[in-house]
Design a protein around this ligand. Structure first.
Ligand code: NDP
Length: 399
Protein backbone atom coordinates (compact mmCIF):
# COMPACT_ATOMS: atom_id res chain seq x y z
CA UNK A 1 0.00 0.00 0.00
CA UNK A 2 2.68 2.55 0.86
CA UNK A 3 6.15 3.74 1.79
CA UNK A 4 7.12 5.29 5.13
CA UNK A 5 10.20 7.31 5.97
CA UNK A 6 10.84 6.75 9.69
CA UNK A 7 13.12 9.33 11.31
CA UNK A 8 14.84 8.24 14.55
CA UNK A 9 16.20 4.85 15.57
CA UNK A 10 15.68 4.94 19.35
CA UNK A 11 13.35 2.99 21.65
CA UNK A 12 10.07 4.24 20.15
CA UNK A 13 11.20 3.99 16.52
CA UNK A 14 12.44 0.43 17.03
CA UNK A 15 8.98 -0.71 18.24
CA UNK A 16 7.15 1.20 15.49
CA UNK A 17 9.40 -0.41 12.86
CA UNK A 18 8.75 -3.91 14.27
CA UNK A 19 5.03 -3.17 14.08
CA UNK A 20 5.24 -1.79 10.52
CA UNK A 21 6.96 -5.05 9.52
CA UNK A 22 4.08 -6.99 11.12
CA UNK A 23 1.75 -5.14 8.69
CA UNK A 24 3.53 -5.56 5.36
CA UNK A 25 0.34 -5.05 3.30
CA UNK A 26 0.27 -1.45 4.55
CA UNK A 27 4.00 -0.80 4.98
CA UNK A 28 5.50 -2.22 1.81
CA UNK A 29 8.72 -0.26 2.08
CA UNK A 30 10.34 1.72 4.86
CA UNK A 31 13.47 3.82 5.16
CA UNK A 32 14.95 4.16 8.67
CA UNK A 33 16.88 7.43 8.85
CA UNK A 34 18.65 8.76 11.92
CA UNK A 35 21.69 10.65 13.15
CA UNK A 36 23.61 7.43 13.95
CA UNK A 37 23.52 5.11 10.94
CA UNK A 38 24.65 2.05 12.96
CA UNK A 39 21.43 2.18 15.01
CA UNK A 40 19.35 2.16 11.78
CA UNK A 41 21.42 -0.74 10.45
CA UNK A 42 21.00 -2.71 13.69
CA UNK A 43 17.19 -2.50 13.43
CA UNK A 44 17.30 -3.35 9.72
CA UNK A 45 19.50 -6.40 10.36
CA UNK A 46 17.02 -7.67 12.95
CA UNK A 47 14.00 -7.29 10.70
CA UNK A 48 15.19 -7.83 7.14
CA UNK A 49 13.89 -10.85 5.28
CA UNK A 50 10.18 -10.18 5.78
CA UNK A 51 7.78 -8.72 3.21
CA UNK A 52 8.48 -5.10 4.19
CA UNK A 53 11.53 -3.87 2.26
CA UNK A 54 13.87 -1.91 4.54
CA UNK A 55 16.57 0.59 3.68
CA UNK A 56 18.53 2.98 5.89
CA UNK A 57 20.03 6.46 5.65
CA UNK A 58 22.16 8.74 7.79
CA UNK A 59 20.24 11.96 8.47
CA UNK A 60 20.55 15.01 10.68
CA UNK A 61 16.93 16.11 10.87
CA UNK A 62 17.90 19.47 12.40
CA UNK A 63 18.56 20.47 8.80
CA UNK A 64 15.43 20.81 6.65
CA UNK A 65 17.44 20.59 3.40
CA UNK A 66 18.82 17.17 4.35
CA UNK A 67 15.31 15.90 5.10
CA UNK A 68 13.93 17.32 1.82
CA UNK A 69 16.71 15.64 -0.14
CA UNK A 70 16.00 12.26 1.47
CA UNK A 71 12.23 12.60 0.91
CA UNK A 72 12.84 13.43 -2.73
CA UNK A 73 15.06 10.39 -3.25
CA UNK A 74 13.01 7.83 -1.23
CA UNK A 75 9.57 9.27 -2.22
CA UNK A 76 7.61 8.15 0.87
CA UNK A 77 3.82 8.49 1.30
CA UNK A 78 4.32 9.50 4.93
CA UNK A 79 7.13 10.76 7.20
CA UNK A 80 6.98 9.35 10.73
CA UNK A 81 8.96 11.63 13.02
CA UNK A 82 10.14 9.40 15.89
CA UNK A 83 13.27 11.43 16.63
CA UNK A 84 13.06 14.12 19.32
CA UNK A 85 10.60 17.01 19.78
CA UNK A 86 13.38 19.44 18.77
CA UNK A 87 13.14 18.19 15.15
CA UNK A 88 9.35 18.61 14.73
CA UNK A 89 9.45 21.93 12.89
CA UNK A 90 12.39 21.21 10.57
CA UNK A 91 10.69 17.94 9.56
CA UNK A 92 7.29 19.63 9.09
CA UNK A 93 9.00 22.24 6.88
CA UNK A 94 10.58 19.45 4.84
CA UNK A 95 7.22 17.66 4.43
CA UNK A 96 5.70 20.89 3.11
CA UNK A 97 8.61 21.51 0.76
CA UNK A 98 8.52 17.96 -0.62
CA UNK A 99 4.72 17.42 -0.49
CA UNK A 100 4.29 14.51 1.95
CA UNK A 101 2.12 13.75 5.01
CA UNK A 102 3.61 14.04 8.52
CA UNK A 103 3.16 12.26 11.87
CA UNK A 104 4.85 12.64 15.29
CA UNK A 105 4.46 11.56 18.91
CA UNK A 106 5.47 14.67 20.89
CA UNK A 107 4.96 18.41 20.49
CA UNK A 108 7.74 20.75 19.43
CA UNK A 109 10.00 21.97 22.22
CA UNK A 110 12.58 24.72 21.74
CA UNK A 111 15.89 23.22 22.96
CA UNK A 112 16.69 26.17 25.24
CA UNK A 113 13.39 26.43 27.18
CA UNK A 114 11.26 23.59 28.57
CA UNK A 115 7.91 24.69 27.11
CA UNK A 116 5.18 22.27 26.15
CA UNK A 117 2.83 24.03 23.76
CA UNK A 118 1.22 23.24 20.43
CA UNK A 119 1.35 26.86 19.25
CA UNK A 120 4.40 26.37 17.05
CA UNK A 121 2.92 23.37 15.25
CA UNK A 122 -0.67 24.67 15.11
CA UNK A 123 0.79 27.68 13.27
CA UNK A 124 1.33 25.28 10.31
CA UNK A 125 -2.42 24.59 9.88
CA UNK A 126 -2.92 26.94 6.92
CA UNK A 127 0.21 25.76 5.14
CA UNK A 128 -0.68 22.06 5.39
CA UNK A 129 -4.32 22.77 4.46
CA UNK A 130 -3.28 24.75 1.38
CA UNK A 131 -0.83 22.04 0.34
CA UNK A 132 -3.56 19.37 0.72
CA UNK A 133 -1.35 17.52 3.23
CA UNK A 134 -2.15 15.93 6.60
CA UNK A 135 -0.05 16.42 9.73
CA UNK A 136 -1.07 14.17 12.64
CA UNK A 137 0.33 15.39 15.97
CA UNK A 138 0.97 13.28 19.04
CA UNK A 139 0.23 9.73 17.87
CA UNK A 140 1.89 7.96 20.81
CA UNK A 141 0.15 6.82 24.00
CA UNK A 142 0.01 10.06 25.95
CA UNK A 143 -0.42 12.14 23.86
CA UNK A 144 -2.09 9.79 21.44
CA UNK A 145 -4.21 6.92 22.73
CA UNK A 146 -5.41 9.10 25.63
CA UNK A 147 -6.91 11.55 23.08
CA UNK A 148 -8.46 8.66 21.12
CA UNK A 149 -9.96 7.30 24.38
CA UNK A 150 -11.56 10.72 25.05
CA UNK A 151 -12.91 11.00 21.48
CA UNK A 152 -14.31 7.45 21.76
CA UNK A 153 -16.04 8.27 25.07
CA UNK A 154 -17.48 11.43 23.58
CA UNK A 155 -18.73 9.62 20.45
CA UNK A 156 -20.31 6.59 22.15
CA UNK A 157 -21.04 7.25 25.80
CA UNK A 158 -21.60 10.91 26.62
CA UNK A 159 -23.79 13.84 25.57
CA UNK A 160 -21.52 16.10 27.62
CA UNK A 161 -18.09 15.37 29.12
CA UNK A 162 -17.42 17.42 32.25
CA UNK A 163 -14.16 16.07 33.60
CA UNK A 164 -11.24 13.93 32.43
CA UNK A 165 -8.46 12.49 34.62
CA UNK A 166 -5.66 10.86 32.65
CA UNK A 167 -3.73 8.42 34.86
CA UNK A 168 -0.38 7.09 33.63
CA UNK A 169 1.02 4.38 35.90
CA UNK A 170 4.21 2.42 35.45
CA UNK A 171 4.70 -0.36 37.97
CA UNK A 172 7.74 -1.67 36.10
CA UNK A 173 10.99 -2.38 37.96
CA UNK A 174 14.27 -2.31 36.01
CA UNK A 175 16.48 -2.92 39.03
CA UNK A 176 18.63 0.23 38.58
CA UNK A 177 18.69 2.81 41.40
CA UNK A 178 17.70 5.51 38.85
CA UNK A 179 16.90 5.43 35.14
CA UNK A 180 14.26 6.98 32.92
CA UNK A 181 12.01 4.92 30.67
CA UNK A 182 12.37 7.13 27.64
CA UNK A 183 14.83 9.78 26.51
CA UNK A 184 16.15 11.08 29.90
CA UNK A 185 16.52 14.67 28.72
CA UNK A 186 12.94 14.92 27.43
CA UNK A 187 11.60 12.99 30.43
CA UNK A 188 13.33 15.09 33.12
CA UNK A 189 12.44 18.40 31.43
CA UNK A 190 8.79 17.33 31.60
CA UNK A 191 8.79 16.15 35.21
CA UNK A 192 10.67 19.11 36.67
CA UNK A 193 8.31 21.62 35.02
CA UNK A 194 5.41 23.18 36.96
CA UNK A 195 2.17 21.18 37.18
CA UNK A 196 -0.87 22.64 35.43
CA UNK A 197 -4.49 21.63 34.91
CA UNK A 198 -7.53 23.05 33.18
CA UNK A 199 -10.57 24.11 35.21
CA UNK A 200 -13.59 26.20 34.22
CA UNK A 201 -11.96 27.76 31.18
CA UNK A 202 -8.59 28.63 32.70
CA UNK A 203 -5.30 27.00 33.64
CA UNK A 204 -4.29 26.48 37.27
CA UNK A 205 -0.55 26.20 37.91
CA UNK A 206 1.04 24.18 40.75
CA UNK A 207 4.70 23.75 41.79
CA UNK A 208 6.35 20.62 40.26
CA UNK A 209 4.85 17.38 41.65
CA UNK A 210 3.15 19.27 44.52
CA UNK A 211 -0.26 17.54 44.27
CA UNK A 212 -0.29 13.86 45.20
CA UNK A 213 -3.05 11.23 45.55
CA UNK A 214 -3.20 7.46 45.89
CA UNK A 215 -5.13 5.56 43.21
CA UNK A 216 -5.85 1.83 43.09
CA UNK A 217 -5.22 0.82 39.48
CA UNK A 218 -6.57 -2.37 37.90
CA UNK A 219 -3.88 -5.11 37.68
CA UNK A 220 -1.32 -2.84 39.36
CA UNK A 221 -2.74 -1.92 42.78
CA UNK A 222 -2.56 1.31 44.79
CA UNK A 223 0.09 3.81 43.64
CA UNK A 224 1.12 7.37 44.45
CA UNK A 225 0.08 9.55 41.54
CA UNK A 226 1.28 13.14 41.01
CA UNK A 227 -0.41 15.94 39.10
CA UNK A 228 1.66 17.10 36.11
CA UNK A 229 1.18 19.15 33.01
CA UNK A 230 1.05 17.04 29.88
CA UNK A 231 0.71 18.33 26.35
CA UNK A 232 -2.55 16.59 25.41
CA UNK A 233 -4.36 18.71 28.03
CA UNK A 234 -3.99 21.72 25.74
CA UNK A 235 -5.66 20.14 22.70
CA UNK A 236 -8.29 18.20 24.67
CA UNK A 237 -9.39 21.38 26.48
CA UNK A 238 -10.28 22.73 23.02
CA UNK A 239 -11.44 19.60 21.19
CA UNK A 240 -13.64 17.97 23.87
CA UNK A 241 -16.46 20.48 23.71
CA UNK A 242 -17.82 21.71 27.03
CA UNK A 243 -15.19 19.98 29.19
CA UNK A 244 -14.79 21.78 32.53
CA UNK A 245 -11.81 20.05 34.10
CA UNK A 246 -8.87 18.03 32.76
CA UNK A 247 -5.95 16.77 34.79
CA UNK A 248 -2.98 14.47 34.13
CA UNK A 249 -1.46 12.19 36.78
CA UNK A 250 1.67 10.05 36.70
CA UNK A 251 3.10 7.52 39.15
CA UNK A 252 6.58 7.95 40.60
CA UNK A 253 8.23 5.80 43.26
CA UNK A 254 9.68 7.49 46.35
CA UNK A 255 13.10 6.21 45.26
CA UNK A 256 12.79 7.87 41.82
CA UNK A 257 11.71 11.16 43.36
CA UNK A 258 14.53 11.13 45.95
CA UNK A 259 17.13 10.69 43.20
CA UNK A 260 15.50 13.38 41.08
CA UNK A 261 15.43 15.81 44.01
CA UNK A 262 19.16 15.34 44.67
CA UNK A 263 20.02 15.72 40.98
CA UNK A 264 17.93 18.90 40.84
CA UNK A 265 19.44 20.30 44.04
CA UNK A 266 22.98 19.88 42.72
CA UNK A 267 22.07 21.44 39.36
CA UNK A 268 22.32 18.30 37.20
CA UNK A 269 18.86 18.74 35.65
CA UNK A 270 19.52 22.30 34.47
CA UNK A 271 19.31 23.16 30.75
CA UNK A 272 21.40 26.34 31.23
CA UNK A 273 24.84 25.84 29.59
CA UNK A 274 27.83 25.91 31.95
CA UNK A 275 31.57 26.23 31.28
CA UNK A 276 33.42 22.93 31.94
CA UNK A 277 37.14 22.49 31.22
CA UNK A 278 37.08 25.12 28.52
CA UNK A 279 33.87 24.06 26.79
CA UNK A 280 30.16 24.75 27.21
CA UNK A 281 28.08 21.81 28.41
CA UNK A 282 24.41 21.47 29.37
CA UNK A 283 24.17 19.61 32.70
CA UNK A 284 21.01 17.69 31.71
CA UNK A 285 22.66 16.48 28.49
CA UNK A 286 25.68 15.32 30.48
CA UNK A 287 23.32 13.50 32.88
CA UNK A 288 21.66 11.80 29.88
CA UNK A 289 25.06 10.57 28.75
CA UNK A 290 25.77 8.81 32.08
CA UNK A 291 22.29 7.39 32.78
CA UNK A 292 21.32 3.96 31.41
CA UNK A 293 20.10 4.08 27.82
CA UNK A 294 16.30 3.53 27.97
CA UNK A 295 16.66 1.01 25.14
CA UNK A 296 18.85 -1.11 27.46
CA UNK A 297 16.09 -1.43 30.09
CA UNK A 298 14.05 -3.89 28.05
CA UNK A 299 15.62 -7.16 29.19
CA UNK A 300 15.63 -6.04 32.86
CA UNK A 301 12.16 -4.58 33.32
CA UNK A 302 9.41 -6.59 35.00
CA UNK A 303 5.85 -5.52 35.83
CA UNK A 304 3.05 -3.66 34.07
CA UNK A 305 1.93 -0.24 32.93
CA UNK A 306 -1.66 0.98 33.11
CA UNK A 307 -2.60 4.17 31.26
CA UNK A 308 -6.17 5.36 30.90
CA UNK A 309 -8.81 8.06 31.22
CA UNK A 310 -11.42 8.44 33.95
CA UNK A 311 -14.26 10.46 32.47
CA UNK A 312 -17.35 12.01 34.05
CA UNK A 313 -20.30 13.66 32.35
CA UNK A 314 -23.92 13.32 31.32
CA UNK A 315 -25.77 10.82 29.11
CA UNK A 316 -29.53 11.09 28.49
CA UNK A 317 -29.82 13.61 31.30
CA UNK A 318 -28.15 11.29 33.88
CA UNK A 319 -24.64 11.45 35.36
CA UNK A 320 -22.26 8.83 33.93
CA UNK A 321 -18.71 7.75 34.80
CA UNK A 322 -16.42 5.81 32.46
CA UNK A 323 -12.87 4.47 32.72
CA UNK A 324 -11.01 3.18 29.67
CA UNK A 325 -7.45 1.90 30.01
CA UNK A 326 -4.74 -0.35 28.64
CA UNK A 327 -2.55 -2.63 30.73
CA UNK A 328 0.77 -3.56 29.16
CA UNK A 329 3.33 -6.06 30.47
CA UNK A 330 7.00 -5.09 30.15
CA UNK A 331 8.25 -8.67 29.72
CA UNK A 332 5.62 -9.56 27.11
CA UNK A 333 6.66 -6.49 25.10
CA UNK A 334 10.29 -7.50 25.35
CA UNK A 335 9.51 -11.04 24.21
CA UNK A 336 7.64 -9.68 21.17
CA UNK A 337 9.78 -6.77 19.97
CA UNK A 338 12.82 -6.53 22.25
CA UNK A 339 11.71 -3.31 24.05
CA UNK A 340 10.04 -2.43 27.35
CA UNK A 341 6.44 -1.25 27.63
CA UNK A 342 7.10 2.51 27.55
CA UNK A 343 8.61 2.33 24.08
CA UNK A 344 5.99 -0.28 23.10
CA UNK A 345 2.98 1.80 24.20
CA UNK A 346 4.33 4.72 22.12
CA UNK A 347 5.61 2.82 19.06
CA UNK A 348 2.41 0.83 18.46
CA UNK A 349 0.11 3.92 18.26
CA UNK A 350 2.66 5.64 16.02
CA UNK A 351 2.35 2.73 13.59
CA UNK A 352 -1.46 2.72 13.92
CA UNK A 353 -1.72 6.47 13.18
CA UNK A 354 0.48 6.02 10.10
CA UNK A 355 -1.52 2.98 8.99
CA UNK A 356 -4.82 4.89 9.20
CA UNK A 357 -3.28 7.76 7.23
CA UNK A 358 -1.91 5.42 4.55
CA UNK A 359 -5.30 3.68 4.30
CA UNK A 360 -6.91 7.10 3.79
CA UNK A 361 -9.10 6.70 6.91
CA UNK A 362 -7.39 9.51 8.81
CA UNK A 363 -6.65 11.94 6.05
CA UNK A 364 -7.75 15.54 5.62
CA UNK A 365 -5.78 18.64 4.75
CA UNK A 366 -4.39 20.48 7.77
CA UNK A 367 -2.68 19.91 11.13
CA UNK A 368 -4.66 17.80 13.60
CA UNK A 369 -4.47 16.21 17.02
CA UNK A 370 -5.61 12.59 17.25
CA UNK A 371 -8.95 13.34 18.95
CA UNK A 372 -10.05 15.27 15.84
CA UNK A 373 -10.40 12.04 13.83
CA UNK A 374 -12.91 9.16 14.09
CA UNK A 375 -11.67 7.10 17.07
CA UNK A 376 -13.31 3.80 16.01
CA UNK A 377 -10.71 2.43 13.55
CA UNK A 378 -7.90 3.41 15.96
CA UNK A 379 -9.62 1.66 18.89
CA UNK A 380 -10.14 -1.45 16.75
CA UNK A 381 -6.48 -1.43 15.69
CA UNK A 382 -5.29 -1.09 19.32
CA UNK A 383 -7.04 -4.38 20.13
CA UNK A 384 -5.48 -6.10 17.13
CA UNK A 385 -1.97 -4.68 17.36
CA UNK A 386 -0.99 -5.44 20.95
CA UNK A 387 -2.59 -2.72 23.10
CA UNK A 388 -6.04 -4.09 24.00
CA UNK A 389 -8.19 -1.79 26.13
CA UNK A 390 -10.69 -2.43 28.86
CA UNK A 391 -13.55 -0.33 30.13
CA UNK A 392 -15.53 0.10 33.33
CA UNK A 393 -18.64 2.14 34.06
CA UNK A 394 -18.15 2.18 37.83
CA UNK A 395 -14.57 3.38 38.38
CA UNK A 396 -13.30 4.84 41.63
CA UNK A 397 -13.10 8.60 41.12
CA UNK A 398 -10.16 10.77 42.13
CA UNK A 399 -12.16 13.33 44.16
P1 NDP B 1 15.49 8.01 21.95
O1 NDP B 1 16.39 9.02 22.55
O2 NDP B 1 15.60 6.57 22.32
O3 NDP B 1 15.58 8.08 20.34
C1 NDP B 1 15.62 9.27 19.64
C2 NDP B 1 16.20 8.96 18.27
O4 NDP B 1 16.19 10.17 17.50
C3 NDP B 1 17.63 8.48 18.33
O5 NDP B 1 17.80 7.45 17.38
C4 NDP B 1 18.42 9.73 17.93
O6 NDP B 1 19.64 9.49 17.30
C5 NDP B 1 17.47 10.34 16.93
N1 NDP B 1 17.77 11.75 16.74
C6 NDP B 1 17.96 12.71 17.67
N2 NDP B 1 18.26 13.88 17.09
C7 NDP B 1 18.25 13.65 15.76
C8 NDP B 1 18.50 14.46 14.63
N3 NDP B 1 18.83 15.74 14.75
N4 NDP B 1 18.41 13.91 13.40
C9 NDP B 1 18.09 12.60 13.26
N5 NDP B 1 17.86 11.78 14.29
C10 NDP B 1 17.93 12.30 15.53
O7 NDP B 1 14.00 8.55 22.23
P2 NDP B 1 12.65 7.69 22.31
O8 NDP B 1 12.63 6.70 21.22
O9 NDP B 1 12.44 7.27 23.70
O10 NDP B 1 11.57 8.84 22.00
C11 NDP B 1 11.28 9.23 20.67
C12 NDP B 1 10.16 10.28 20.68
O11 NDP B 1 8.99 9.73 21.27
C13 NDP B 1 10.49 11.53 21.49
O12 NDP B 1 10.03 12.65 20.77
C14 NDP B 1 9.68 11.37 22.76
O13 NDP B 1 9.32 12.62 23.32
C15 NDP B 1 8.45 10.67 22.19
N6 NDP B 1 7.68 9.93 23.21
C16 NDP B 1 6.32 10.05 23.17
C17 NDP B 1 5.53 9.37 24.07
C18 NDP B 1 4.05 9.42 23.95
O14 NDP B 1 3.36 8.63 24.61
N7 NDP B 1 3.45 10.27 23.12
C19 NDP B 1 6.11 8.55 25.14
C20 NDP B 1 7.56 8.40 25.03
C21 NDP B 1 8.30 9.11 24.11
P3 NDP B 1 20.99 9.21 18.17
O15 NDP B 1 20.87 7.79 18.54
O16 NDP B 1 22.08 9.47 17.22
O17 NDP B 1 20.96 10.15 19.34
Amino acid sequence: MGKALIIGAGGVASVAIHKCCQNPDVFEEICIASRTLEKCEAIKNKLSGGRTKIQTAQLDADYTDEVVELIKSFKPDIVMNLALPYQDLTIMDACLAAGVDYLDTANYEPPDIAKFEYKWQWAYREKFAQAGLTALLGSGFDPGVTGVFCAYAQKHYFDEIHSIDIVDANAGDHGYPFATNFNPEINIREITANGRYFENGSWVETPPLAVKKVYDLPEIGPKNIYLMYHEELESLAINIKGVKKIRFWMTFSDNYLNHLRVLENVGMTSIEPIEFEGRQIIPLQFLKAILPDPASLGPRTKGKTNIGCIIQGIKDGKPRTYYVYNVCDHQECYAEVGSQAISYTTGVPAMIGAMLMLKGLWKKPGVFNVEEFDPDPFMEALNKCGLPWQESFMPTLLD
